[in-house]
Design a protein. Structure first.
Length: 330
């Protein structure tokens, strides 16, 4: 398939997190048609990673096969391809595959492709792959960096606040204890925490992503919950201490995910950037020295108007091909 046709075909296969099987089966068939040795490796029931290689994979090109919901079918105009995953990360996947095709046409070998499940939620596919490495010395991970090599990436910390209270009729509030009010107080305390800053990665930021609780306007709520996400720029120890102080006596805190901030490898001659998002790279430490680059912008990823420029896809094929050749020569 042509690069643009392949991108649209991948976008049109619904693969929101937890439903990656169909796109994995398509990838396996397509890559076997290119002469690759392909294995489907279930990171979770019904959710296979795809690994393809030509020879011994000293360099591995990787990205994720899952997308955030909802599924949005592809469309295109003269300049862009649209749809869910067009830049995060189906377009990247297509560019990596076309780079592999080009390398094979030029007689190259000893590289692989790794497409993992679950990056958008829990990195389950990366964790499984890291427990089963294939000897790769270099990892080129694809995420939307506008085709610039990332010097560093922020980490992630996902705390959950859970508040307990006592249910009562709202006409007699003195008989109850509002879990929602306790949660709100903890969140107000949280907003006063001074957040760290790093010279390269910038400021640590946070988002209160979800809030839920209560039963009805006339019932004192006995339960409330909030999910948060911090974008880490360094070690999390002091931040966790501050979160514990903000929550003390009000809510219970537990952590669903922690991914460290990282400095990354670069190659001479490629433009660079710093990204504020988190990737699977920390969970793929056994796959070699990490590089991060890919077409598209995080500014449109996960949105209703997600898109990738066709010229950036073409450029990405060149970048992935050249990086692989140079790393194989080291």
């Amino acid at each position: 398939m042509h690069l643009f046709e392949l991108t649209r075909r991948l976008v049109d296969i619904e693969s929101t997190t937890g439903h990656e099987r169909e796109v994995a089966l398509f990838l396996a068939q397509y890559l076997r048609g290119l002469g690759a040795e392909v294995t489907l490796e279930e990171a979770a029931p019904g959710r296979p990673n795809v690994f393809a290689c030509w020879g011994h994979p000293l360099v591995t090109l990787s990205t994720h096969s899952d997308t955030v919901p909802p599924h949005i079918p592809s469309s295109e105009d003269v300049e862009h391809i649209y749809g869910r995953g067009s830049c995060d990360a189906k377009g990247i996947m297509a560019a990596e595959i076309k780079a592999a095709e080009r390398l094979r046409e030029q007689g190259g070998g000893n590289f692989g492709l790794l497409f993992v499940v679950g990056e958008e939620r829990d990195s389950a596919g990366a964790a499984w792959a890291n427990a089963h490495p294939r000897g790769s010395r270099f990892l080129i991970n694809g995420e939307p960096t506008e085709n610039r090599l990332a010097l560093g990436m922020k980490g992630a910390l996902r705390p959950v606040f859970e508040a307990r209270g006592h249910r009562a009729h709202s006409a007699c509030p003195e008989l109850g204890e509002s879990a929602i009010e306790k949660l709100l107080t903890a969140l107000v305390n949280l907003r006063s925490i001074p957040l760290p800053r790093d010279e390269l990665l910038g400021a640590c930021t946070y988002n209160i992503g979800t809030i839920e609780g209560g039963h009805a306007p006339n019932v004192i709520p006995d339960y409330a919950r909030a999910e948060l996400l911090f974008r880490l720029v360094g070690p999390s120890g002091r931040l966790k201490e501050a979160i514990a102080r903000a929550a003390e006596g009000l809510v219970d805190v537990r952590y669903l995910l922690e991914i460290p901030a990282l400095r990354l490898e670069v190659l001479d001659g490629f433009p660079t950037t710093v990204v504020s998002f988190t990737t699977d790279i920390p969970a793929l430490s056994n796959w070699g020295r990490p590089y991060l680059v890919g077409p598209g912008s995080v500014l449109v990823a996960h949105t209703d108007h997600e898109r990738v420029a066709k010229r950036d896809l073409v450029q990405a094929v060149e970048i992935y091909s050249e990086m692989t050749r140079r790393l194989l020569a080291l």
